[in-house]
Design a protein around this ligand. Structure first.
Ligand SMILES: N[C@@H](CCC(=O)N[C@@H](CS)C(=O)NCC(=O)O)C(=O)O
Length: 219
């Protein structure tokens, strides 16, 4: 049985939602091992033995560890074609992978600069600057995704759920944590609320127990 190491609210929500989709298409079961990132569980000796980089997601397949969102999603897509995790038509598929790569290598990384500036700068002043600068970038990137959400039908690639949807949902939850009110991204917010009612995403959210709207207005 496959086992996903998942941090509630983290990017491992992407493979989690894909696995829930595969549960539906192929009737498979899988295990979820929660990793509490805020408690540093990703740095325990036990976890580092599986992933020396100390990050989620990690998928154990027959006891063998696989890391990186892109690789895990690619593996699930090839192994479970009935789930249609990516479009079949070659150009549409390449475009979806292109957006997924941008999500993973740019939007995700921008948020990491806001949430964990200590990974990128040493002094308090430099960390504050890294945070400020990347918050402005993150807003811009979410604006671009708001444009994609305006065209969602109902998913970002059309009528099939894809990893893009799970990533987009994750970013909107991160937006709230970064102090961005998700309702200020109107197309995005409407699209994500609808996405949350799609059964595999609904199950992944129930396992995750992190709300869609994490924004707390300043008192
Ligand atoms: N490039 C990696 C990024 C993974 C990543 O950033 N994971 C974060 C959670 S979203 C994490 O585990 N952070 C904890 C840490 O770095 O200490 C991937 O695509 O899997």
């Amino acid at each position: 049985m496959m086992k996903l190491y998942h941090g509630p609210g983290a990017c491992s929500f992407v493979p989690l939602a894909c696995l829930e989709r595969v549960r539906e298409s192929d009737g498979i079961d899988f295990e979820v091992a929660p990793v509490k990132l805020h408690k540093g569980e990703q740095l325990s000796a036990e976890y580092l033995a599986l992933n020396p980089r100390g990050q989620v997601p990690l998928l154990l397949v027959d006891g063998k560890p696989l890391t990186q969102v892109m690789a895990i999603v690619g593996y699930l897509e090839q192994r479970f074609p009935k789930a249609h995790l990516l479009p079949v038509e070659p150009f549409e598929r390449a475009q979806t992978v292109s957006t997924l790569a941008w999500f993973n290598n740019t939007v995700h990384t921008t948020f990491t600069h806001i949430f964990m500036p200590q990974k990128f700068a040493a002094t308090d002043e430099a960390k504050a600057e890294v945070k400020r600068h990347n918050l402005a970038l993150f807003r811009q990137q979410l604006g671009e995704i708001d444009g994609m959400a305006a065209r969602a039908a109902p998913f970002l690639t059309g009528h099939q759920f894809s990893p893009l949807d799970a990533y987009a949902l994750t970013f909107l939850r991160w937006a709230g944590l970064a102090g961005i009110d998700p309702t200020t991204l109107p197309n995005y917010w409407v699209y994500v609320q609808k996405l949350a009612t799609y059964a595999p995403v609904e199950r992944a959210l129930a396992a995750d127990r992190v709300p869609l709207n994490t924004y707390k207005p300043a008192a």
